[in-house]
Ligand binder design. Structure first.
Ligand code: AMP
Ligand code: GLY
Length: 445
């Protein structure tokens, strides 16, 4: 009898891909999973049907590996392959892919494009005021026009580390100009935008170009240190609640965010003459003036994917096939009504001066807990942290406290020169997010 199971090519080898991999392993459709990654991640190598290490930005190499392992479907985890046209190349080679083509992924890969796109389609009311600058000329005047409340971002991909905020990371206009000048050495333009204030949230919309299935709302903590202090990182940890919402989201704001994601999908398809397939990730803020789009990404979030995959009760294999070829069904993407907390363990010095090549000792990990491995490599049988976010733990439970305790226990079990944020997932920190919005609303009156 012919085997009708899919062979999914998973592109990427971090914790997000590890979480997707595990969701595929428990999927009733039981797909085989091959991995094209950037390092040998033992969380994946142990059970992948095929594994190779290469550049995620090399479409020909990815297509060659897809052929070699007989991939019938592909799923890109990170943004780099989207920006490099890997999806376009796979589709041209006949491998249906649950990710947007390069032109559609510009909603993430160019922040300037994304801002102009939203403005062009009548969505200015949900985004901050902004301007794109090819040089620093006229920038100081724009800082002043925004009343000194501004954010400076590189136009291109910076892994969440290209953004600096006036009054926090930038002490005055000179610091803002210096940062813009530094970014302009490698970027064609920078975006200066109005600083928004309020708690953030992420909403993921899964689509086959026809139907849209929304995720629970997730809160990601991007700052490196407790109390949401310190530099921006790729994300230190994240949480979601049992009702799939967050305490600072009114039903109106939640509906508005879903509607904005759906509108973006429609306008992207219309403008590019090609349906958007895969995951659209809206990064939003709840402000005193209502909903604001902070950024769009064209993929699953990391760490948010770890929360979502832990809660997924559908069939990730069927969901990927649906996204890639049409016929996505809501029932394939059901999420359990539980709380979830994810915590990342990172090397000392992260994100600015991380220690590199530190051995990782997993011997103390509590029985039954899974460390989701991220920036690690296996060298001569030794697990080594390569300098970015190292590994993550996810706890789920009926209460936030229960989920937090499990994730915290895991994170604490890693000895050596690493740190994590003990405050992520605590009721106190969540209450601070709620208080932040209340404070902004009072201030605006
Ligand atoms: P981004 O890479 O655009 O998501 O920016 C990274 C982080 O910088 C966001 O998660 C926010 O915390 C912060 N940020 C970006 N843009 C703004 C903005 N306009 N107002 C306030 N904070 C922002
Ligand atoms: N959660 C941040 C990101 O994936 O970009």
């Amino acid at each position: 009898m012919p085997d009708s199971r899919d062979t999914v090519l998973l592109i990427g080898s971090g914790a997000r891909e590890h979480a997707v991999f595990r969701a595929l392993q428990r999927a009733p459709s039981a797909p085989r999973v091959a991995v094209y990654g950037t390092s040998r991640n033992p969380g994946l190598t142990a059970t992948a049907t095929a594994y190779t290490v290469g550049a995620l930005t090399d479409p020909e190499a990815v297509v060659a590996f897809a052929r070699e392992c007989g991939a019938t479907l592909a799923f890109p985890g990170p943004e780099a392959p989207l920006a490099a046209g890997v999806v376009d190349a796979l589709e041209e080679a006949g491998v249906p892919t649950a990710g947007p083509r390069r032109a559609l992924a510009r909603i993430e890969t160019s922040k300037g494009y994304a801002r102009d796109f939203l403005a062009r389609h009548g969505l200015s009311a949900v985004q901050p005021r902004f301007r794109r600058f090819p040089s620093t000329e006229g920038m100081a005047a724009y800082f002043a026009e925004l009343g000194g409340r501004y954010v400076v971002k590189a136009d291109g991909l910076m892994g969440g580390k290209g953004v600096r905020v006036a009054g926090e990371d930038l002490e005055d206009a000179d610091a803002g100009l210096a940062w813009a000048g530094e970014l302009l050495q490698s970027a064609d333009s920078v975006v200066v935008e109005e600083l928004c204030r309020g708690p953030e949230f992420s909403l993921f919309t899964f689509t086959d170009g026809s139907i849209a299935v929304h995720s629970p709302f997730v809160l990601d903590h991007k700052r490196a240190f407790p109390g949401d202090e310190g530099p921006n990182t790729g994300g230190m940890g994240s949480l979601s609640l049992r009702d799939h919402s967050l305490p600072y989201l009114s039903p109106h704001l939640a509906r508005a965010a879903r509607l904005v994601n759906e509108s973006v999908l429609e306008f992207l398809a219309e403008e590019n003459g090609h349906p958007y397939r895969g995951v659209l990730y809206g990064g939003f803020m709840a402000t005193a003036d209502g909903l604001r789009v902070i950024e769009y990404n064209a993929r699953l979030g990391d760490p948010e994917a770890l929360n979502l995959m832990a809660l997924l009760d559908g069939d990730m294999g069927t969901a990927l096939r649906g996204m890639a070829t049409g016929g996505l069904r809501e029932e394939d993407l059901r999420f359990r009504e539980e709380c979830s907390v994810c915590k990342y363990v990172v090397p000392e010095g992260y994100p600015t001066h991380p220690l590199r090549d530190v051995p990782v000792d997993l011997s103390g990990v509590p029985a039954g807990e899974v460390p989701y491995l991220a920036a690690v490599d296996e060298r001569e049988g030794q697990l080594v942290a390569t300098g970015s976010r190292t590994l993550a733990f996810v706890g789920t439970g009926a209460t936030l406290a229960e989920a937090e305790a499990r994730a915290e226990k895991g994170a604490r079990s890693i000895p050596g020169p690493f740190f994590h944020r003990s405050d992520i997932g605590t009721d106190d920190l969540l209450a601070q997010r709620v208080a932040l919005l209340a404070h902004e609303v009072r201030g605006a009156r």
